[in-house]
Design a protein. Sequence first.
Length: 340
Amino acid sequence: MKTIEFDYDLPEELIAAYPCKDRTKSRLLVDSNPEDHRIFSEIDRFINKDDLLILNNTSVLPARLFGKKETGGEVEVFLERIIGETTALVQIRSSRSPKPGTTIVVENNEHCFKLLCKDRKDEFFIIDFQDDPKKVFNSLGKIPLPPYIKRKTEKEDSHRYQTVYENKNYQESVAAPTAGLHFDNLLLRKLKKKGTKIEYINLTVGAGTFQPVKAENITDHKIHSEYINVSKELVNEIINTKKIGGNVIAVGTTSLRAIETVFSKQLDEYDGLTDIFIYPGYEFKAIDKLITNFHLPKSTLLMLVAAFIGFDRMKHLYEIAIKERYRFLSYGDATFLTRK
């Protein structure tokens, strides 16, 4: 398929710059016949007793640093992925790309760190933080709001651009698993009381999630790699859920990609990188339903949605969402989709 087929006109005013005041009060477009327009807190009506809800419990690192080269030039460092005890793969914005051996200084009144540019790998740089990268980012970093949110980071973002079930042990993501932002603890308790099983995977979201598909044919696009961890216990839980007739529900495309990676490879568990690219023609192995936000035109995530519910159905739902003035992207509203 051609990438242009996944283009659509997204009015700028529909891109949510701020989250809904109450997490569960965002809107929910349910993929049913006819379509159902709800508030997210009502999603428990569509999730049953024997269903399995899978959430990504990654945590967002304040992954944007601002510093200077020793020569004085300003530099922005944006984390892609931590790759060693003191090293990380990053994107760098500066008037001139730093050469290997360049030192970047990031500091404030309390902290000063010197980062060493070791090498370049395609559009990324390998940086030696000469300390734990998490320590540096947590000391001086800013929450990395997506590039389409045209405002500065505010104090509230440090709370709202995290899920309520984040695990700080997995604090390496540079973007939130945004479908999970709609849940609060009350809603999760309500689902558990109903008998819905809730389990977690970890997928570390990299900056590549925002990279547009530039290839003319989608099959020519090289998708970014992201780290995932899926336990043997969860794989068995998925198998058992299907045996008793329950639905396996992914909260977010990250959860879906992690689970489909494992089941497409017929693995019992997995801890490593995935570069699974899901687009129309893909046969789903495990996920029955998907909770996800509205995605950018020509993005890999939109292609995943088209694979899940069908290309024509995807186009139809997005036309409805625009007509009904749903809020789009990371801080926007949600959809509840059923695999075709």
